[in-house]
Design a protein around this ligand. Structure first.
Ligand code: ZN
Ligand code: ZN
Length: 346
């Protein structure tokens, strides 16, 4: 079978390996669709994501759906032929974070397609892969595998909205209109936000944001820097979700939110830190909180997608067969043409 492996920066290879064996409680899955995520692109372009450095060949891919090809002894949750969403998050279930119901903070997390630990956790950009049955969530046959593969990024957006608190009737700013930014717009709307404003430095993502429900969009590079003028341009903002992971966007959020407002840091910021007008957090009593991956939201996300309660279709800009992974990775890097690019099984 075919697998996609990253050996280091700009070194992505397609290789033939034998099909894996399964044991008790395990499921053999055939790749349905797998979204190329920002972190996969970072591994491809730089051989690393922040402090996670590739130290052995890594199979990327964690936003995946598939079809059950075979089940091992004792598996009851799924059967051969089932369409499944795959939860890439394997928490230990026993550490302090897990016991507190915050499994995304697990101290022994094994996350699919990640170099966060060594040996690395191999991902799902391969024709067939093995998962424990706990990671497989079966859905009705009618749901397209490409849409189901949005379960992971949608969970990230749902978790960030959970960290934002009550959005009902609130006015929300989202900085960054890539896949996660647009899914954040969808999640904020689902949570009852009254007005959603989005900023980005590229026009195409802003058009996408409008298509999935943003009320107003602005070119971040054309907004006034001065706080009063910025507030006038954006209108009253109760809450900001900083998805871009850019120092300038953090500054925009800080200047834009009302006194007593909240900023949720969704995007990952440069490793060497940022300059922050920290006194603004104090004098205007701003809550500045982080959000990381997701927990229980994965199952909600699968349900919302399976029941057609969210429309993510505009965000799917291309699907490529696994053997064209290199072309797909190159397409995914071009934000003027692509939102979410997926690899699909044969
Ligand atoms: Zn991702
Ligand atoms: Zn744990």
């Amino acid at each position: 079978m075919l697998i996609c492996r990253i050996y280091g920066a700009e070194d992505l290879r397609l290789e033939e390996v034998p099909q894996p064996e399964i044991g008790a409680g395990q499921v053999l899955l055939k790749l349905g669709a797998g979204g190329i995520c920002g972190s996969d692109l970072h591994y491809f372009q730089h051989g690393r994501v922040g402090s996670f450095v590739i130290r052995e060949p890594l199979i990327p891919g964690h936003e995946v759906s598939g079809t059950v090809a075979k089940t091992g002894p004792g598996v009851t949750r799924v059967k051969e032929g089932d369409k499944v969403a795959i939860n890439p998050s394997h928490a230990c279930g026993t550490c302090k974070g897990c016991r507190a119901g915050r499994e995304n903070l697990c101290s022994s997390m094994r996350f699919l397609g990640s170099a966060s630990v060594f040996p690395h956790i191999q991902g799902a950009f391969r024709e067939y892969f093995v998962m424990g049955e706990r990671q497989c969530i079966p859905v009705a046959a009618g749901v397209p595998l490409g849409e189901l593969a949005f379960a992971e990024p949608l969970s990230v957006a749902l978790h960030s909205v959970n960290r934002a608190g009550n959005l009902l009737g609130r006015s929300v700013l989202v900085t960054g209109a890539g896949t996660i930014g647009c899914l954040t717009v969808i999640a904020a709307r689902l949570a009852g936000a009254a007005r959603i404003v989005v900023t980005d430095v590229v026009d195409r993502p802003l058009a996408m944001a409008r298509e999935v429900g943003a009320d107003a969009t602005f070119r971040a590079d054309q907004l006034p820097k001065e706080p009063t003028e910025l507030q006038q341009a954006l209108g009253e903002i109760d809450l900001a979700l900083e998805v871009a992971g850019h120092p300038a966007a953090v500054a925009t959020c800080l200047a834009a939110v009302v006194r007593g407002g909240r900023i949720v840091q969704v995007g990952s910021l440069p490793g060497d830190g940022i300059h922050l007008l920290a006194n603004q957090i104090m004098v205007r009593e701003i809550d500045y909180v982080g959000t990381f991956r997701f927990g229980v939201e994965f199952e909600w996300s699968v349900r919302f997608l399976a029941e057609g309660r969210v429309n993510i279709r505009p965000l799917l800009s291309g699907q490529y067969p696994l053997r064209d992974a290199l072309t797909a990775f190159r397409a995914a890097t071009d934000k003027t043409k692509s939102t979410k690019v997926q690899l699909v099984g044969a």
